[in-house]
Structure formats: C-alpha cells, structure tokens
Write a protein that binds this ligand. Structure first.
Ligand code: ADP
Ligand code: MG
Length: 141
C-alpha cells in the first residue's frame, strides 16, 4: 500500500498494533521484522504499532542503545536495531531470549544478521521509498 506521510504511517502502525495486541493478550509472543533503508520509516511505523499496543511512553529510535523495552497493559514491546552491528553477539542473545517470552512483541530493524534466530512464523514488513516522498509498505508475511 502507499503511505503518503508520517501521520499515515503512524495510523497504519496503530492498526497493526491493535491487531497484534489481541494475539499478545492471549499469551503469544509476536516478532516483527522491518526491512527498509535508513529513513524509510521503520521506526515511525514502530511508534504507531506501540501506540496501537497501548504503550504510553514515547518510542524513540534505539540506534544508540540498540534495544529498548516498553510496557503496555497486556505485555511488553522490545524494539531492536541491528544497524551497522557487525557482531550482533549480546544483542542477538537478548533477542533470542525475548522472542519466546510470552506476551512480548519484538520488533527488529536491520535483522539480516540475526535472521536465523527469528522464528519461522514471524511477520515481515518492507518499506520502500518512492520518488515523491511517499512510501510503499508491503506486509510480506
Ligand atoms: P528508519 O527507522 O527506517 O530509518 P524513521 O522512521 O526513523 O526511519 O524516519 C523516517 C523519516 O521520514 C521521518 O522523519 C518521517 O517524518 C519521514 N517521512 C516522510 N514521509 C514519510 C512517509 N510517507 N512515511 C513515513 N515517514 C515519512
Ligand atoms: Mg530506525
């Protein structure tokens, strides 16, 4: 689908977050992989998802802290960013622990290096730039 601006990206995320929240409420763990270049809108979409889940705190890019955990009434959201991490090591270990934690949503940016530890059943969202600042968002699985 075509997303025209930041507010539409947030609204899409909110919708996804509401759907995911229903699954998490029944005890599932959900993993979402975000694919897209720098500035595509992965973190913006994550902010929307957080809102839909019921996270009250402001979600910021985890680029420097590498991962951040946020609570919401039914569980937690953990946002990972493996950008330019040549040795995913410890962060990959943390991810491995949380992807199976019940009532947890793990969102992973730049997850290529840890793809083998992501569960087969994870969700994949791809965001690409268009020439006019809009973005194309594809839910690949
Ligand atoms: P990423 O995490 O993929 O590097 P961010 O979400 O941090 O990207 O940044 C995306 C930037 O692009 C934001 O500053 C946002 O305001 C801007 N932007 C412009 N147009 C759009 C759009 N159509 N959808 C999402 N973000 C957009
Ligand atoms: Mg980002």
């Amino acid at each position: 689908m075509i997303i025209r601006d930041e507010s539409e990206m947030l609204a899409l995320g909110e919708k996804i977050g509401e759907e995911v929240q229903a699954k998490v409420g029944s005890g599932d763990s959900v993993v979402i992989e975000m694919i897209g270049d720098v500035g595509a809108g992965k973190t913006t979409l994550t902010r929307g998802i957080a809102r839909g889940l019921g996270v009250k705190e402001a979600v910021t890019s985890p680029s420097f802290t590498l991962s951040k955990r946020y609570g919401f009434p039914d569980g937690s959201l953990i946002h990972y960013d493996f950008y330019r991490l040549d040795e995913p090591g410890i962060l990959a270990e943390t991810l491995e622990e949380t992807i199976n934690e019940p009532k947890t949503v793990s969102i992973v940016e730049w997850g290529e290096s840890v793809n083998e530890i992501l569960p087969e059943k994870h969700m994949v969202i791809k965001i690409s730039y268009n020439e006019d600042e809009t973005r194309t968002v594809e839910i690949l699985k």
